[in-house]
Design a protein. Structure first.
Lengths: 278, 304
């Protein structure tokens, strides 16, 4: 008979009662929200951007792996809940692989306490430090991926404008977003056209292939410059102005968003405090 | 080359942000000035930003360093639109690359420093150095090669400074060596790519239309060139000393033995160093000397 059951039933009773009452309350809240058509309030992008930056900086300040790993787990749950786990995990693979390499390198080269693993021996301090970096990368990357999968680029640029980022940077960024897509599509088309003329056949050596790639890129840049000028003139003819900050204005932050920002910032500071106290 | 969030320590995050911000501010000033003269300059640099984004987003992982290898594209952009504008567009490209989990938000400063500042200026100065003594394709190619290698050496230094501050030189070497298997072939590919692209743009007559000269006067260019040359000599000398077994402990011992008996313990130099700490003290000396020289040099030259 387990000791907690025969000798100390109080804790078992408390946890059971608390769990089941919470289940009932949770179910009731869910039903009520579904009935009233509540779909969840989206957080203002300005608050999101601030909290994201603050949280990532705080994660880099943390000295234990527990909280970053906890944040990563929460991100995984949110991505599953939002049906974005596929995209989230695909983007996460590369940074995680890189941080795994950091564990290996730090474990093999840094520290003084050796742990013998049979064929090789690793350093305890290096392994712990590497794992801390791994957990930080995992958490920070998860946050960025989640944030960007729930916010479109134009909203982020709008938030940046509100934070008084120079107008020219916003203008270049907004034009770049447009050009990146156009440039990628156009380069794919030109590569296919070149392939249809046997430009990338297997018989081509490095020199010919590089010549082909560079010709396409050169032509693309030259052509795109002309096109960019035409598009720009068309935009100007439709009253587009370089400095639109005064024209666009900004929706003021409402009280609930500000309160949420304060609450989240306080939560981050508490997390940092807990990490330091551990 | 992109360093992810969470790898650099906060003090290094802010340090690289501070340095990059200075260059970005200078770049923005030049861009704003040029846009006033020619508004079409804005879509041109945005387009080059898209080019830098597309070129530098193809990456392969580098096992040893915990980073990645890819072509940088900034030397080519600096030849076309000038180095300062390239710093700005590379910072923006890096910001957008963090959207695809390539790099990070808090590491934009460090990544901009390696790819946007060192890669850009290294490539640009190489191009200017070779431009008058070699064919255009060779000088452009060398810019690509040197810019690419310098970018990765800087990334290795950033990683070593933040991850292993106790043994920077050893880890800088280790991380630099880790980049070699992937980056060296890519650097040669970047040589060929930059050479061909610039040659193509030049041959088709577009170069005059799109290229922008660096809006720096001769004095500034000479000063920057001298600065880069002297730093290179110091860096090479320090590295040679390190390979020879020196402990990089500085020359304090020599200075103390030779000069301290003659120095006044209450002198302004010693008091300043005690107040500011060595690096800030040296920076103050550099700033004072530089301002004084810069202010009176043109006057002296005119008199001569």
């Amino acid at each position: 008979m387990p000791g907690w059951l025969s000798g100390d039933p109080l804790n078992g009773i408390i946890i059971t009662v608390a769990f089941f009452i919470s289940v009932i309350i949770g179910k009731y809240i869910r039903m009520k929200r579904t009935a009233s058509g509540f779909r969840g309030k989206s957080i203002d992008q300005r608050i999101k951007l601030f909290v994201l930056f603050f949280l990532i900086i705080s994660i880099t300040l943390m000295t234990h792996w527990y909280i970053p790993i906890g944040i990563s787990m929460v991100c995984i749950l949110i991505s599953i809940r939002a049906n974005k786990f596929g995209d989230y995990s695909r983007k996460l693979v590369f940074p995680l692989v890189l941080s795994l390499f950091i564990i290996v390198i730090q474990g093999l080269t840094y520290g003084s306490t050796k742990i013998d693993l049979g064929i090789i021996s690793v350093y305890k301090e290096g392994f712990e430090y590497g794992f801390l970096i791994f957990s930080r990368v995992f958490a920070a990357t998860s946050l960025i991926i989640l944030m960007l999968s729930t916010t479109c680029e134009t909203d982020i640029l709008d938030a940046m404008r509100w934070y008084r980022i120079p107008t020219v940077v916003i203008d270049i960024s907004s034009l770049m977003i447009r050009y990146i897509k156009a440039f990628s599509t156009e380069s794919r088309k030109m590569k296919q056209a070149q392939e249809s003329r046997c430009g990338f056949s297997r018989s081509c050596g490095f020199r010919e292939k590089m010549h082909n790639i560079a010709s396409i890129s050169g032509a693309l840049i030259g052509r795109a410059f002309t096109r960019a000028e035409q598009v720009y003139r068309a935009m100007v003819s439709r009253c587009w102005k370089h400095d639109q900050s005064d024209m666009l204005g900004h929706r003021p932050l409402n009280n609930s968003d500000m309160l949420l920002g304060f609450a989240l910032s306080a939560g981050i500071i508490i997390l940092l405090g807990i990490d330091r106290a551990l | 080359m992109h360093i992810s969030d969470g790898i650099l320590k906060p003090e290094w995050v802010f340090f690289w942000f501070a340095i990059s911000t200075i260059f970005i501010a200078l770049g923005l000033r030049i861009i704003n000035k040029r846009i006033k003269e020619d508004p079409v300059y804005l879509p041109r640099i945005a387009l080059l930003g898209a080019v830098v984004f597309v070129i530098s987003v193809w990456h392969i992982p580098v096992p040893v360093t915990g980073s990645s290898s890819h072509p940088v594209g900034t030397p080519m952009a600096s030849i076309i639109i000038g180095p300062f504008a390239t710093v700005v567009i590379s910072a923006i490209a890096l910001f957008f690359q963090s959207f695809v989990a390539h790099g990070g938000l808090t590491t934009i400063g460090a990544n901009t420093f390696s790819m946007g500042i060192v890669g850009t200026f290294g490539g640009y100065f190489t191009y200017r150095l070779f431009k008058n003594i070699s064919p255009l394709w060779f000088s452009a190619g060398m810019a690509g090669l040197v810019g690419s290698i310098l970018t990765y050496m800087t990334t290795a230094l950033e990683l070593a400074l933040s991850l292993n501050p106790g043994n920077v030189m050893h880890y800088w070497k280790l991380y630099s060596l880790g980049f070699i298997p992937t980056q060296l072939p890519l650097a040669f590919a970047e040589f060929a790519f930059t050479a061909y692209v610039i040659k193509y743009i030049h041959d088709t007559g577009s170069m005059e239309k799109i290229a922008v000269s660096c809006p720096l006067d001769r004095f500034t260019k000479t000063a920057l060139l001298l600065m880069v040359s002297i730093i290179s000599i110091i860096a090479i000398g320090a590295y040679a000393g390190y390979l020879d077994g020196a402990k990089m402990a500085g020359t304090d011992g020599i200075v103390e033995a030779q000069a301290a008996p003659l120095a006044s313990p209450d002198g302004i130099g010693i008091r300043l160093m005690a107040l500011l700490g060595e690096p800030l003290g040296f920076a103050m000396v550099g700033i004072t000397g530089g301002l004084f020289t810069g202010y009176f040099l043109s006057d002296l030259r005119r008199r001569n």
